[in-house]
Design a protein around this ligand. Sequence first.
Ligand SMILES: Cc1cc2nc3c(=O)[nH]c(=O)nc-3n(C[C@H](O)[C@H](O)[C@H](O)COP(=O)(O)OP(=O)(O)OC[C@H]3O[C@@H](n4cnc5c(N)ncnc54)[C@H](O)[C@@H]3O)c2cc1C
Length: 442
Amino acid sequence: MLEWELPIDSGTVPEDGASFDVIIVGGGPGGSAAAAYMAMGGANVLLLEKAIYPRDKTCGDAVGGKSLKHVEEIGVKAVLEKTNHFRVDGIIFGAPNGKEVRISLPEDEVENREAGYSLPRKQFDSLLFRNANEKVLEAGGSVIQNFTVKEVHIEDGVVTGISGIHEKNSYHFTAPLTIGAGGYNCPVARAVVAHHDEPMVDKKHYCGAYREYWTGVEGCEDWKGAIEIHFIEGVVPGYFWIFPVGNGVVNVGIGMVIAEMDKQKVKLRGLQDWVINEDVKFSKRFANAKMVEKSGKGWQLPFGSPRKNAPSFQPRRAAMAGAMCIGDAASLVDPFTGEGIGNALLSAKMASDAFDLKKHKAGFTTESAEEYQNKLWKELSAELTNSYKLQRLVKRKRLMNFFIGKAVKKVELQRALTDMIASKEAQGQFHSKWWMIKTLLF
Ligand SMILES: Cc1cc2nc3c(=O)[nH]c(=O)nc-3n(C[C@H](O)[C@H](O)[C@H](O)COP(=O)(O)OP(=O)(O)OC[C@H]3O[C@@H](n4cnc5c(N)ncnc54)[C@H](O)[C@@H]3O)c2cc1C
């Protein structure tokens, strides 16, 4: 058994009724990072996780440069690099007409191990949770696995704590701040939006996704190379991905905005079967491949695309007195690439910066909650808005064929795409009409 696969000892369960500086609901990447950042800042943290580690999480398994910065800050990068992982040095984009362009990630970032990795989430999340577990216990806090938060307590408009179940026993814990890091169906996020009478799910901004692991896929044998995103005729406006995770194992999946799935009446699993078995190009690459048993799972991605008529905050309300949400619980997944780990880690850092141990001892106020929400959108609005525009662009099949056809031949366009992937801010130039026309036509 590898070291990261060993069970994680979280120590003793605190007494029912105990109080903490911060309660964190969910120990995925967002919750684990928030717990580590806050414990490093001296907070007495209670970290609650429904599953028992190591646990799987349905994902594409790509961990980009944005994530790696935080992974390093919380002290996990060196440990991660000692475990098996696939090093991503480029992205292949495939057009509906079958043409492909390979965009290389910046060489220096690949060389400095800052560009990105892909590795099973079971492994990545275990490394992050193990680190959080260690840091929280060292700082005098508590961690409980196999703890399901059932209720979020709100008194006079302020979140005061949670109650939940561990090994059939009920517990109630309190804190001036509760962090919602429970993913797309987080109970804290539900309580925050319900308290304001606002919606949790917007099908135009929620994505359905289905993933399987395969071995023996042609072209995916190495430990270093490109991840692949294909806009296939019959799958657009969704996309089909092939992300090697090393050791000859490949994460293969398909994603589509839920409103589009409803409109087209498609089931993602069936669509994926069709691509792998029937599509002329891909059926050849999967001819000798084998699916890893029971690895097929569906999940949802709450996108961070701007809502046209947001009832209050963009992309949706993620904080109130006594609570802040992060990662998927705050609906922060990139609407073009489907990446959510980077923003889960970034929002974890921002939430930990927004909490002042001394100032908020007496309560995390509405003003502080709004400040966090405003800062979050200020930080992410440009890239999420641009990604949303790109998501809408790929709906136009002919435009995609034309665009990828040009990118195959034009180095300038390839370089711009490299910049775009490395720095989200550079996406802006794709919406400068003059730049587009100049690059595509001349
Ligand atoms: C198919 C698919 C492919 C994806 N591909 C990528 C990719 O390649 N790269 C990328 O960056 N992102 C990808 N994403 C998005 C990414 O998976 C998420 O954005 C990321 O996991 C968000 O992290 P999080 O910590 O906010 O939430 P999660 O990872 O969902 O973690 C939430 C945690 O909370 C726990 N929890 C939930 N409810 C409770 C409760 N009531 N009590 C206690 N604990 C609870 C859960 O057990 C879980 O451990 C993909 C998503 C999907 C579905």
